[in-house]
Design a protein around this ligand. Structure first.
Ligand SMILES: C[S@@+](CC[C@H](N)C(=O)[O-])C[C@H]1O[C@@H](n2cnc3c(N)ncnc32)[C@H](O)[C@@H]1O
Length: 357
């Protein structure tokens, strides 16, 4: 069989990546387009070129004046980003935001500026220069690049920690919305959001479920920034903000323990330990529930964004994305049994009930 005959059809969702007008053996070069586009976009975000376009089309000279960038390089990068389909370059020479760039404006509704700055930040980028380190050693490439772990690094560098925490406030996607819309959180009296960041999701949960109170349990330096969000939403009287190290103890007294996009940051032993701490917090309350929200991996050969995020988990954090069987194994070891039928392939909510391990 020749290599050509072995080339599988591109899994659904990836076909466009290879549609670059090159023969099959050269098509992976298409991935480099992403590097060029990310660098160009990040430069424009950093000098606030998208912010300069927020009130309408502008000439390059006007954008240069607003951002302090030099006109010639600014024009070349704007032109590239327009060619990539993110900005519009008009016949009159002015540049204009499109729906794809509107989210990069600071403070945009449903924006992704902070998420883009975080995911393209050197602290997430440099580990990608050395995925081979993770392959050879099993250790996160982050460690080779920064000589520490991601969470120690963000703790020791408050500016980087703030980049991360701000990004987590924009960590919501159609898959997340579907999970929230399809699940009745109102059946719980008191919900803990474990590793809940600055409380972005708990605010939504409490707002949508007026009969419920909440506990925000995250690291001290992260929850230190949480109060204003609950204050603004008029929810301060329904939330308790508890600085927590979830490897040591998780606040008790809740009938739902929600943990979203957090366990995938840890290897199986550490994820199981966090679940054990939640199980200890639940104690004898058999009606309490553990609610895990994560990408749930599909089977072999299928398109799955979670399989790419898993490489990030491996390289940056030493964590992993998991299939249902893998979740059941670590949740089972911590004293939980599956209580719903989550669907693999996107973000899913896994509901577990406490059992005796
Ligand atoms: C990837 S973020 C997810 C945040 C949020 N749940 C979301 O979905 O956007 C993981 C969270 O775990 C928190 N975390 C990390 N180590 C922790 C620890 N030892 N104890 C408590 N929280 C911790 C981080 O501060 C961060 O907010």
């Amino acid at each position: 069989m020749t290599a050509q005959e072995r080339t599988p059809a591109a899994p659904q969702g990836t076909a466009g990546w290879f549609d670059i007008g090159l023969p099959p053996q050269k098509q992976v070069l298409g991935f480099l387009y992403a590097k060029w586009a990310i660098g160009a976009l990040r430069g424009l975000v950093e000098v606030r070129a998208f912010d300069a376009l927020a009130d309408g089309p502008r000439t390059v000279a006007e954008i240069a004046a607003a951002t302090g960038a030099q006109e010639d390089p600014l024009y070349r990068v704007l032109r590239a980003v327009a060619a990539a389909g993110v900005l519009a370059e008009r016949e009159d020479g002015r540049f204009e935001l499109t729906e794809r760039s509107a989210g990069l404006v600071d403070g945009a509704q449903d924006g992704i500026r902070d998420m883009f700055l975080f995911t393209s930040d050197p602290m997430l980028w440099r580990p990608y220069e050395n995925v081979a380190h993770a392959l050879r050693t099993g250790e996160p490439a982050f460690k080779a690049a920064f000589d520490t772990t991601f969470y120690e690094y963000t703790k020791a560098n408050p500016a980087s920690g703030a980049v991360f925490d701000r990004a987590m406030q924009q960590n919501s996607y159609p898959g997340t919305d579907a999970v929230f819309e399809g699940f009745d959180f109102g059946r719980f009296r008191r919900i803990a959001d474990v590793g809940g960041g600055r409380g972005h999701f708990l605010v939504d949960l409490l707002r949508n479920n007026p009969g419920t109170t909440g506990v925000l349990a995250d690291q001290e330096h992260t929850v230190a920034e949480a109060k204003p969000l609950f204050e603004e939403a008029g929810l301060l009287d329904r939330v308790e903000i508890v600085p927590t190290d979830f490897f040591t103890a998780v606040p008790s007294g809740c009938d739902a323990y929600f943990i979203k996009h957090t366990l995938h940051n840890w290897d199986n032993d550490k994820a199981e330990l966090i679940l054990r701490r939640i199980r200890e917090a639940i104690g004898e309350d058999r009606d309490a529930r553990l609610l895990i929200v994560e990408n749930l991996l599909r089977g072999a050969g299928q398109w799955d964004i979670g399989k790419l995020i898993d490489v990030e988990s491996l390289s940056v954090l030493g964590g992993r994305e998991r299939s249902l069987a893998e979740w059941d194994r670590i949740a089972g070891a911590a004293g939980f049994a599956l209580a719903n039928e989550p669907v693999a392939g996107d973000i899913a909510l896994l509901e577990y009930r406490p059992v005796t391990p």
